[in-house]
Design a protein around this ligand. Sequence first.
Ligand SMILES: CC(C)(COP(=O)(O)OP(=O)(O)OC[C@H]1O[C@@H](n2cnc3c(N)ncnc32)[C@H](O)[C@@H]1OP(=O)(O)O)[C@@H](O)C(=O)NCCC(=O)NCCS
Length: 188
Amino acid sequence: MLSLKKYNTDIEKEWAFVRDMPEDENGLTNPDHGISREDFEKELLPKMEKYEKGEDMPDWMVPETFLYLWDDDVIVGQFRIRHYLTDALRNGAGHIGYFIKKEYRGKGYATEGLRLTLDVSRTIVPEDEFYLRVNKDNPASLRVMQKNGGRIAGEDESHFFVRIAKGHVEKRNKSKAWLKHWNSYLGR
Ligand SMILES: CC(C)(COP(=O)(O)OP(=O)(O)OC[C@H]1O[C@@H](n2cnc3c(N)ncnc32)[C@H](O)[C@@H]1OP(=O)(O)O)[C@@H](O)C(=O)NCCC(=O)NCCS
């Protein structure tokens, strides 16, 4: 079963995942590539906890939540939510970033992971739209965004800027609740 979980669920698996994530793939960066087990637990985890609360972070940063996408007991991806926009984020990376481990790609994990992440983001992000950015040479990620209600709202030479309306996520959840109700009525 697929679920999104915060860091500190299984340190051993989270460390291996972060250590192996590339430093940069399609603009999704990981400054902690190759990190040691000790630094992961003693330095990175406490830093993530602080940054999520907005404590002791550099001025240019906004609080950020890191979530892992688990398929049963395997971490298949990582999703990040930046809690609100600055000018730099509005014209740049936006609210949400994600990465799926190479061997698990092409199985719908990013699509479903983004769906779950939008549900969480809804409760964090104050803006009416979620901002995302994708490289023009990354059609798989653009497709993932579009399958989650994303529309291209702008572009520059190398990126598309995508927006997902909060209303889309709420509407989708309402119809899901309705379907659940209907299914239970039908005894399914
Ligand atoms: C981009 C990424 C997240 C996609 O993850 P994934 O789990 O493989 O994505 P999904 O399987 O959910 O969906 C991929 C969709 O793109 C489509 N796709 C894949 N390659 C494609 C291509 N070259 N052209 C068009 N569509 C493509 C797939 O067919 C699928 O759509 P479908 O379900 O309608 O068939 C993953 O490749 C990744 O982590 N890349 C590195 C980091 C990154 O790029 N992050 C995003 C930054 S914006």
